[in-house]
Unconditional design. Sequence first.
Length: 299
Amino acid sequence: MAPTSTPQTPFGRVLTAMVTPFSADGSLDVDGAQRLAAHLVDAGNDGLIVNGTTGESPTTSDVEKTRLIRAVVEAVGDRAHVVAGVGTNDTRHSLELARAAEEAGAHGLLTVTPYYNKPPQEGLRQHFTAIADATGLPVMLYDIPGRSGVPITTETMVRLAEHPRIVANKDAKGDLGRASWAIATTGLAWYSGDDMLNLPLLSVGAVGFVSVVGHVVTPELRALVDAYTSGDVAKAAEIHQKLLPVFTGMFRTQGVITSKAALGFQGLPGGPLRLPLVGLTAEETDQLKRDLAAGGVQI
């Protein structure tokens, strides 16, 4: 069973969108995934997102996705929420992934806005509703128009929030005004999906983070949210400012690339990338090391 949740924090407060470790030959590294999951939970994560974009979901097979969920649930499922990314731009495929994730033991589903085919809002409503109807698992929406091309409007969010299993939203829209209105009107648990905006989103009602930089600074993210929720906003701001070089450095290029590089610096599982993603250049590697060091990360 997953850790206890509340309606306010259905997946906890600090979650890392975990990379998918690969072996040197490019195959799924199940043992590495379990070791990395345990490391991240030991560091203070309440949950892990597997098979998200940071998990290279566009280039892993359905069989690999299921194996990964089972492995991570086996490793940490008794002490962390394991949330499976199941969103695609094909509703039927998403339903298959959702049912497979439930069978594999996932505690929740992350469903990204369908990308590339740019559906209208009614299409989004029906897509997300179909996924929520497909299993008994709680659902976190994922609103990231920079990747999907289409935002989820506040009006659509309000309608989706009526579904008993649609309980949260991962916000990577980068619009604090829209987030404020959506938080106020939907009642959904709001999670920052943009590390640079973790603290600002808390200030307008978010409950936590789905983080990429959590691969390297989970204890600091935990300290930040704990300080904020205990009323020590000045301490939270101090931590936020200390982490600015990390936030900047980890997103100078694609987050999977920097996350796997940073894990490699620390001797943790990550392994190679799958094309079309490619590793950092020597210059980019040196820059990332400088950025991490400036943010206090030991490498």
